[in-house]
Design a protein around this ligand. Structure first.
Ligand code: GUN
Ligand code: ZN
Length: 440
């Protein structure tokens, strides 16, 4: 059994959008998080845990549940920060050529290992991820997650048109591959299968129908895709599916919207679409670094709140520019500022932890520090580098003549200034899975 000493921060309920009040926020400064031999959280206490526990003393650091990145592409680390294009050109110029390499099982295995280790090093312990169209790439990702004991939701990418040779499947072959992967991996350990439609552009109506049928045939499957990211894409989808009311409706018509559906972006939606998301329980993964980098648009979170549909946060690497969920949240704040509203740290951090877990029906397992949850947790430095340290000292009231600020101010500054350099240690089911090489 282990006990980790740190300032413990998690959420017991959804924080308010307005203001920075502490409703739903659970902050336990300088506590021990107790973890049992089965990797589950036993509880937390201020008192010394005694000799039965192996002590991991991170006093003065911050501990949160591991972040959940609800939309990220494993094979796109290689195209991060590629210059000069919007979505459709970016796919053709950089992404598709790079994804071709993942037909090779060695490339797929290497890529999966590098990707998951990078997530852990960035403080992310669970993900809803895209591999490529190749069955071996999905296989490699599931296997690498199982090896690490990580919670992963993924599935072979479906794309049978509008993609280059070598990146296209066909309806029957894709169905066979999906069935084999579901039989092998869905519900194995902490892996779950997601029916993975790349986007409406790259699947024929027949393939979308097959995808919908798969979801009905097997209990507990997820669905992941992209929706309404970019205006040119939205126009193209309208041409390809003239019978659909909207881009989102293409997925609805094929039975792909349900409470385990995660749709990335959702920038160019209308009120009907948002009501449909709410009524089906599907969620939007807001991907701010990607939306800014590709120039896709500014996601309207306030409209999501007003209509009552779920929102989680995602890196969307490699359209996004960092695997760091702190950077993602910081850019999310700025996107919302451009929309004329303010995203408080509680809403943002909740959406990347307990909120995401609830949206994925995984709140029994991850996203918080309740007893019984698996101890997927990350220990963070409150500050990395002299400038952030000075800002943190001001928040704590540790500078002469500067009064201590409310907790939100300190956490918000950490969220805006932090990144993977702040990660001191990552635990997966109570096992140390990443340790910073050098102390700061
Ligand atoms: N739409 C279809 N494929 C992709 C992708 O790989 N990244 C992003 N951001 N959007 C997409
Ligand atoms: Zn994406």
């Amino acid at each position: 059994m282990i006990a980790i000493r740190a300032d413990l921060l998690d959420f017991t309920a959804t924080p308010a959008w307005q203001g920075t009040g502490l409703d739903g926020v659970r902050f336990r400064p300088d506590h021990w998080l107790l973890v049992g031999r089965d990797g589950r959280i036993l509880g937390a206490q201020a008192e010394d845990p005694g000799p039965d526990f192996e002590r991991h003393d991170h006093r003065g650091r911050l501990l949160l549940p591991g972040f959940i990145d609800t939309h990220v592409h494993c094979p796109q680390l290689e195209v991060l920060a590629s210059y000069g294009t919007g979505l459709l050109d970016w796919l053709d110029t950089y992404t598709f050529p790079s994804e071709l390499r993942y037909a090779d099982p060695d490339v797929a295995a290497d890529g999966a290992a590098r990707f998951l280790d990078a997530l852990l090093a960035h403080g992310t312990t669970a993900a809803v991820a895209f591999p490529t169209v190749h069955r071996v790439a999905a296989e490699a990702l599931f296997a690498a997650a199982a090896q690490r004991g990580m919670r992963l939701v993924t599935g072979k990418v479906l794309m049978d048109r509008h993609a280059p040779e070598g990146l296209r499947d066909d309806v029957q072959g894709a169905e066979r591959d999906c069935e084999a992967l579901i039989a092998r991996w869905h519900g194995q350990g902490r892996n779950s299968y997601a029916v993975t439609v790349r986007f409406a552009v790259t699947s024929t109506p027949a393939q979308l129908a097959m995808a919908g049928a798969l979801g009905r045939r097997h209990a507990g499957l997820y669905m992941q895709t992209h929706v309404a990211e970019n205006v040119d894409e939205v126009r193209w989808v309208a041409e390809l599916f003239p019978e659909a009311r909207s881009y989102l409706d293409v997925y609805h018509r094929h039975g792909l919207l349900h409470e385990r559906a995660v749709l990335a972006h959702g920038i160019w939606l209308d009120a009907h679409d948002r009501a449909l998301l709410r009524d089906t329980g599907a969620q939007i993964a807001f991907c701010p670094t990607s939306n800014l980098f590709l120039g896709s648009g500014l996601f309207d979170w306030q409209a999501a709140i007003d209509s009552g549909h779920r929102v989680s946060l995602a890196s969307d690497v490699g359209g996004g520019t960092s695997l760091s969920m702190l950077r993602t949240l910081a850019e999310g704040y700025k996107v919302q500022a451009l929309r004329g509203t303010r995203l408080n740290a509680w809403v943002a951090l909740h959406a990347a932890t307990r909120g995401a877990a609830e949206g994925l029906n995984l709140a029994h397992e991850i996203g918080h520090l309740d007893a019984g949850a698996l101890a997927d947790v990350v220990v963070w430095d409150w500050a990395s580098g002299a400038v952030a340290a000075q800002r943190d000292a001001a928040a704590r009231g540790a500078l002469p003549g500067v009064a201590a600020q409310p907790l939100h101010a300190r956490v918000f500054a950490w969220m805006l200034l932090g990144d993977e350099r702040n990660v001191a240690a990552t635990y997966v089911a109570g096992r140390p899975s990443h340790q910073r090489a050098t102390a700061s």
